[in-house]
Design a protein around this ligand. Sequence first.
Ligand SMILES: [Zn+2]
Length: 430
Amino acid sequence: MPDVFAELVGQDDAVGTLRRAAASAAAVLRAAHLPAPAGTVDDPDDDLAALAEADEDAAAGSTAPAVDPGAGMTHAWIFTGPPGSGRSVAARAFAAALQCVHGTGCGTCPGCHTTLTGTHADVRLVAPEGLSIGVGEMRALVLRAASTPSGGRWQVVIIEDADRLTEAAGNALLKAVEEPPPRTVFLLCAPSTHPEDVSVTIRSRCRVVPLRQPSAAAVADVLVRRDGIAPDVAQWAAAAAQGHVGRARRLARDPEARQRRDAVLAVPRRLTGVGTALDAASALIEAAEAEAAASVAESDVAERAALQTALGAGGTGRGAAGATRGSAGQLKDLEKRQKSRATRAQRDALDRALVDLAGFYRDALTSALRAPVAPVHTDTATLAEAGGQKWAPEGALRRLEAVLECRAAIEANVKPRIAVEAMMLSLWRG
Ligand SMILES: [Zn+2]
């Protein structure tokens, strides 16, 4: 029977760490639930003491048989790894193991099931829809996280994209992580523990679980095994997605995603002059905008309708005029949130295209160097090889760098169109 960690592809070390920690957490709960001597009041600080002891035992390599050295449970964790390596999958799986009635993450009990489906009362997930996570959201979360877990186990807070916390939000989180409520566990996900991603002070309070980019073989295997995708399609998609499990699945299943990728990979041979380079830039930007618009359109409409219903749109009774005045502000807030989400979706779509493009020039480079590595894009390998011969390793490397610089510029808030135009001109000039 596959347990909650089965979804983590090619991450044996991390899974081992998390299994040991879950066992240690279950031991803490068992110790806390031992019948208290008559007359004593259940003191929540006892849990903290038990947790601290478990940590100390682990650190000291205690002889307690159930706890491995370094396996202790702790209050704050950071899952790091490249996009698509499964940071949030790992955080959710660990959350499920903490809520599992067997303490293992069996995958079938109510604790596991409700955590994985997002309905567990003691598991909260923060995923920024816009470009950042604000202080208001973080304060509210920290406050709720301090309450006693209703299920009697742990309050778990998962923060996806913790690198998108605003400074103020980071400070609010830091306070909670520095003095954690006894039964609260924070699970942060970030690309790395670089100070630009996670502040040094938060990092110093957390245990780090590094995830690696899974191999194409491991990704292909899971597509075949779990999603029933044909092996040849799975192998192509796994290589093309460069270790990103979700992207591989989408490429294998979604014809539109394949078409978008084909259009991106057609860019290199189209660049014949300044005009075509600028045209290619426009096409790339517009494709990202269209993809993003399609991805948010449905939720935008649904949210607006829900808010209007909640505000009693169309009411004519006494007070309706006042309600309308108040609701204008709420609609404005909603529009602002939706705009921020759309911007984020556009950047994500553009970044996917740039990663595909970088893969092409990487193939050209490895081919020019005659490096014995498999191409990222098997379907454009011949074209990349021809490019590699024409450009020599230096030319292929300059082009690859132009794509990576474009990604970095957009990340640093350069206007996407300007960054992409500059990149296309560099790709054409070489
Ligand atoms: Zn379970």
